[in-house]
Design a protein around this ligand. Sequence first.
Ligand SMILES: [Zn+2]
Ligand SMILES: [Zn+2]
Length: 312
Amino acid sequence: MPKKNKRKKQFFQGGFKDIEYSDVKGSLHSHGGWSDYRNKDEQKKFPFDLRVFAEYCIKHGRDFQAITDIMASRPGELEFIEKRYDALLNTANAKDNNYEVERNKTESTIYFPKEKSKLIIPRTQEVLTDVHFKHILAIGAEKNIRGGRNAVDTLKEIKDSGGYSILDHTFMCDAWHEEEVRNLYEDKLIIATEWNGGLTFPAICGYFPIKFFIKTPNKRSNKRVISLEEECEIPCIANDDSHCSFDIQKGAFTSYWNWDKDISFIENIINSINSNNFERHENYSSFFSPLMHVKYGKESQKIFGKKGLPNA
Ligand SMILES: [Zn+2]
Ligand SMILES: [Zn+2]
């Protein structure tokens, strides 16, 4: 197994916003908490609102929590470009002086001056390719990466546009094979694989009505990414792939600690991965999460259109 570097005390500072980090915890793959829960109680508890989202993530120990936009294209259908990141940031209330927002394309920061806390929200993209479950998590790419195309072409485009790629839920449904992943890593088209903490995924989509989308464990995929890390030193990071608020509360995340205050958040994450200065927290969301999905199993149609989200 590749030896993880010892955690160093490296602090991240940022002006008034002098909040120091010795290690930075969060998930780069997160659909927020609104994909699957759509009942009235849940809407009250976890409305689609930037402040609620940021406070919730901070309360549950996250320093950052990505909002992952899905980029998809189904055969014969129009391209699907999700704008959840922008939609969430648009809920910022300028009259609310409890927080301040520093917004940009690849990540935004929400500051709570009184509490001296902040949350970074990276915008990541989950690009669905032309092969079922070959999904690619794009980090730091400013432009939208089109879905529904060849996976290698997609990886090249992400790299050309200044982004970085992670193969999320790597071996789910045998989407990739070990040799392919090794080659992509050697060709520098990917920087890591993903240990996916979503207990669940919609395996039977297309055959049953949405309310019966049951998600099942992806533990086999996670075993395989760990083996690949041990045998081939391909870094593997953990993400919650959250589809409901409970996934953020209980799900997987990674600590990163190779931090240099003079470079961007994304570059620091990438440096931490490349130099092995990170640690996975391999949590699965609650065992009851699938039941909750069944109970409340409606997609976010109200906010994101009639069809809701493609499954990602
Ligand atoms: Zn996916
Ligand atoms: Zn996802």
